[in-house]
Write a protein that binds this ligand. Structure first.
Ligand code: FAD
Length: 273
C-alpha cells in the first residue's frame, strides 16, 4: 500500500475529544506514515495543537504540528518550536494561515517563506518541513505564474516537501507538478485528499479555498439531494478514482483531510483497495 498521512484538527470540547479518539482508533490500522494537526488562528487555540500532538505521539504516531504566521511574534513561534522539539516532533507543516474575519494584522511573518526561513535559522535540519501547494492557484494570488514563483520561493527557503490544497481535477495536479519540476525542484508534492461525505459542506469549503468541483460531480451530488447514503457512496467512488489516477501518475503518497471523521476516509481507502 502507498504511504498515507491523516490530518486532524485539535479538539476543544469533551465531545470533540471523544470524536477524535474514536477516529484515531479506527484509522490506526492503516498505519499512516505520520499524522498532522492543524493550528487555528487566535490565542485561545495556542495550546490545543501541542496538547493534541503530545497525545498522538503517546499513541505511537509520528505527529506533525502545523504552525502558521498567525501563531504570534517571533518569540512566541520560537517558544512553540522549542516545545515541539521537547515533545519529540521531527516534522512540521509551515503555513501562512488565514486572518480570522475582523482581524487586520497578525504575527510578524507575512508569508510562509519567511516562517520556513525562520524555522531553519532557529532549528537547522531538525524538522522536516512541509509547505502548502495550490494546483488550482491560491485564491488570493494575482495569477498562476506569480503563485508558482511564490511557491518556489518558499521551497527554496528550506521546505522538504509540499502537501496540496484538495482538488477534484487530477490534471491540475499533474500540470502543477510539471511546472514545479521545470523550475528545477524535485521535492515530493503530496496530493491533499478531501473525502466527500457532506456535499453542501464541501461546496462551501471549495468556494473559500478556490477548489473547483467538476460540474459532472456537482450535478450528480445535487440529484442525490438528501439521500446521504448515495452521496457517500458516490463521493467515495469518485475520490478513490481520483486517488488511483494520482498514484498511477506518480503521486508519492496521499494526505487525507479527515475533518476528524473516520468513515469518509475509510470508505475511500476501501474503494481504493
Ligand atoms: P503563502 O505561501 O504565504 O501564500 C499566501 C499567498 O501569498 C499566495 O497567494 C501566494 O502567492 C502569496 N505569496 C506567498 N509568498 C509571497 C511573497 N513572498 N510575496 C508576495 N506574495 C506572496 N490554515 C491554518 O490557519 N491552519 C492550518 O493548520 C492550515 N493547514 C493547512 C494545510 C494544508 C496542507 C493547506 C494546503 C492549507 C492549510 N491552511 C491552514 C490554509 C492556509 O493557511 C491558507 O491557504 C493560506 O491562505 C495560505 O497559506 P500558505 O502557507 O499557502 O501561504
Amino acid at each position: 500500500m502507498v504511504p498515507i498521512s491523516f490530518e486532524f484538527y485539535p479538539p476543544k470540547t469533551p465531545e470533540q475529544h471523544a470524536q477524535l479518539d474514536k477516529t484515531v482508533a479506527r484509522l490506526k490500522a492503516h498505519a499512516p506514515e505520520y499524522v498532522s494537526v492543524t493550528f487555528g488562528a487566535g490565542g485561545s487555540t495556542l495550546s490545543h495543537t501541542p496538547e493534541t500532538i503530545q497525545k498522538l505521539r503517546a499513541g505511537g504516531f509520528d505527529a506533525a504540528p502545523h504552525i502558521t504566521c498567525m501563531g504570534g511574534s517571533r518569540e512566541e513561534i520560537r517558544g512553540l518550536l522549542k516545545l515541539y522539539r521537547a515533545l519529540g516532533a521531527r516534522r512540521l507543516v509551515a503555513l501562512r494561515g488565514d486572518l480570522p474575519s475582523g482581524m487586520v494584522s497578525a504575527g510578524e511573518f507575512r508569508y510562509a517563506d519567511e516562517l520556513v526561513r525562520f524555522v531553519r535559522e532557529e532549528t537547522g535540519d531538525h524538522f522536516h518541513i512541509e509547505v502548502a501547494a495550490y494546483p488550482e492557484m491560491h485564491p488570493q494570488a494575482r495569477d498562476a505564474q506569480v503563485d508558482l514563483r511564490n511557491f518556489v520561493g518558499k521551497v527554496r527557503a528550506g521546505a522538504d516537501g509540499a502537501i496540496t490544497q484538495y482538488f477534484y481535477n487530477a490534471d491540475a495536479y499533474f500540470r502543477f507538478v510539471d511546472d514545479v519540476r521545470r523550475q528545477g525542484l524535485d521535492i515530493p508534492i503530496v496530493p491533499g485528499i478531501m473525502p466527500i461525505a457532506n456535499f453542501s459542506q464541501i461546496r462551501r469549503f471549495s468556494e473559500l479555498c478556490g477548489a473547483e468541483i467538476p460540474r459532472w460531480i456537482a450535478q450528480r451530488m445535487q440529484a442525490f439531494g438528501d439521500d446521504t447514503e448515495s452521496v457517500r457512496a458516490f463521493g467515495a467512488e469518485v475520490v478513490a478514482q481520483l486517488c488511483r489516477r494520482l498514484l498511477d501518475g506518480g503521486a508519492p503518497s496521499l494526505h487525507f483531510y479527515t475533518l476528524n471523521l473516520s468513515k469518509p476516509t475509510l470508505n475511500v481507502l476501501a474503494n481504493l483497495r
